[in-house]
Design a protein around this ligand. Structure first.
Ligand code: SF4
Length: 245
């Protein structure tokens, strides 16, 4: 069983398509109880998200404990708290590192909220990750929306320079939060999405492209909120199941 754990709602960026939850964080002790519950439920994979998961200071402790339980850890990050000095420690218990990347342009990264020098920073770290940990799975995630749909070829060309394993293109989904408010500005049409799907499915490169559209969204996702609540999210609707603490 796989769960997505939003360990914190905090983030130091302000992406216009963000659909994160907004809940209080728990203490380390409380989150250790949540992790114990997930292990007992038979969870084998955790995708750690946020907000920005590395802003939860005790994340390394939880990642270590999770590994000791034999759980596979993925971390979805904007890398803003990661630098070349702390990279080795940050990825020590990470099996799959998933990095957000929507633009290579400083101006567009600034305009859409992740920050002006974002790509330069990501580029620097991307070049080092596999040198430090050769067996890590490295993935880039791109949210496909009205702001970057015309820049996808340039982004693809740039991404081909890096030693990554996956590039996931996720259709913008205005399901909650800021993303919902920006629904009319950022959404793309079905035919625009289909064109991207067809074009990128045909491409051949050293990494695999995963395309995530509405069909994938219809599937049931199990999410743990930063408050310790377990929810099912299906078709853009969230249903609270129980508290894990
Ligand atoms: S999309 Fe990710 S990086 Fe951007 S504001 Fe939301 S949590 Fe932060």
């Amino acid at each position: 069983m796989k769960v997505c754990w939003s360990i914190t709602s905090k983030c130091n960026r302000n992406c216009r398509y963000c659909f994160r939850f907004n809940r209080q964080d728990l203490s380390l002790k409380e989150n250790e109880k949540v992790l114990d519950s997930l292990f007992k439920m038979g969870v084998k994979k955790i995708s750690w998200t946020g907000g920005e998961p590395f802003l939860y200071d005790d994340l390394p402790i939880l990642l270590k404990k999770s590994k000791e339980y034999g759980i596979i850890n993925s971390v979805n990050t904007n890398l803003t708290t990661v630098d070349l000095d702390n990279l080795k420690d940050k990825i020590k218990n990470v099996d799959r590192l998933i990095i957000s990347l929507d633009f290579i342009s400083d101006a567009l990264n600034e305009k859409y909220g992740i920050g002006k020098d974002y790509y330069k920073h990501v580029s620097k770290i991307l070049k080092r990750v596999k040198q430090i940990k050769p067996d890590i799975i490295l993935q880039l995630n791109t949210v496909l929306f009205s702001g970057n749909i015309n820049y996808m070829d340039g982004l693809y060309k740039e991404i081909c320079k890096y030693d990554i394993d996956y590039w996931k293109i996720i259709r913008f989904l205005p399901i909650r939060g800021k993303a919902y408010e920006e629904k009319n500005n950022l959404s793309i049409e079905d035919d625009q999405f289909e064109k991207i799907l067809t074009r990128f499915k045909q491409k051949k490169q050293h990494f695999k492209i995963i395309i995530h559209g509405l069909k994938e969204m219809e599937k049931k996702h199990i999410i743990v909120l930063s408050s310790g609540k377990l929810i099912y999210s299906e078709n853009g609707k969230d249903k609270e199941i129980k508290s894990l603490i």
